[in-house]
Design a protein around this ligand. Structure first.
Ligand code: PAF
Length: 284
């Protein structure tokens, strides 16, 4: 497995593979890898002969005051895990070469990128769209894999690729969960035992919300009940519990389920005098 840090080394290797007829599948990450990322890598193998994984904690998707500095960085362990999965190349760009001092371009996605996360992290998807565009331009993959855990991010990237005519097949990977149903996330590393116990309740509450709606409960009633249950369980605040259509993420008409939908949640879980923001989503 190669570890490359420069754009030139990346392009040389990938062009060589492409010249031999290999298809490139790309898994962008911010490192601090866990089983969830490894499921993306395993899925990647189905789509190409060569797997490239990037590790880059992208500063432009963190707002001032967010956890950019605290975000876990575990490159040696990440490389060990990726090598064991048979990854061909890890790309670890330097932040200065990703965004040089003259950088002046933004990438803004409308529609699916509006509302939900953007109401609470207004610049998040601008940062994601920018770095993903740059990584796609550098790696030039045939296919790229993103987790469904960041459901709105996945929808935003699909929109970006469609709108900017990028010839890349975007694949969504099902959410990987621990034995208690908590969606795997690099930020789960922040939890102490009490935080983890509470975080695991989110899944139970949201599954009940989904099942109530499936059985005919009005969407507003079910989501209000879920918000109340999260607060009663000990979550310090709930940013949203919302039901949207699965692809366009538009608000459901009529207030009752009349086809497939997705319920999306963001809530703050108290932990060691601070809080960890959890996001998750469930098919209904
Ligand atoms: O989902 C992530 O880990 C990041 O948002 C991504 C897609 C790697 C862009 O930095």
């Amino acid at each position: 497995m190669k570890i490359v840090r420069t754009e030139r080394d990346l392009r040389n290797t990938v062009w060589g593979w492409r010249g031999s007829g290999d298809r490139i599948t790309f898994v962008p990450t911010m490192g601090a890898l866990h089983e969830g990322h490894l499921t993306l890598v395993r899925l990647a193998k189905k789509y190409g002969e060569r797997i490239v994984v990037s590790i880059f904690v992208n500063p432009t998707q963190f707002a001032p005051g967010e956890d950019l500095d605290a975000y876990p960085r575990t490159e040696t362990e990440d490389a060990r895990l990726l090598e064991a999965e048979g990854v061909d190349l890890i790309y670890v760009p330097d932040p200065q070469t990703m965004y040089d001092v003259h950088h002046a371009t933004t990438v803004k996605v409308g529609g699916v990128a509006q509302g939900l996360e953007t109401d609470y992290r207004p610049t998040f998807f601008d940062g994601v769209a920018l770095v993903v565009t740059k990584l796609f331009n550098r790696v030039q993959p045939d296919t790229a894999i993103f987790g469904e855990k960041d459901y709105q991010q996945l929808a935003t990237i699909r929109r970006l690729v469609e709108d900017l005519d990028m010839s890349i097949n975007i694949i969504g990977a099902p959410i990987a969960r621990d034995g208690h149903g908590l969606a795997l996330s690099s930020r789960n590393a922040y939890f102490d035992a009490d935080g983890l116990t509470l975080a695991r309740k989110l899944n139970i509450i949201m599954k009940k919300c989904a099942s109530d709606m499936r059985e005919g409960q009005h969407v507003d009633v079910a989501t209000d009940e879920a918000k109340r249950a999260l607060l009663e369980a000990g979550f310090s605040s709930v940013d949203y519990v919302e039901v949207r259509s699965p692809n366009s993420l538009t608000v459901l008409e009529g207030g009752y389920l009349n086809g497939p939908a997705r319920v999306l949640v963001a809530a703050h879980c108290p932990n060691q005098g601070n809080s960890v923001r959890l996001i998750d989503n469930f098919a209904v």
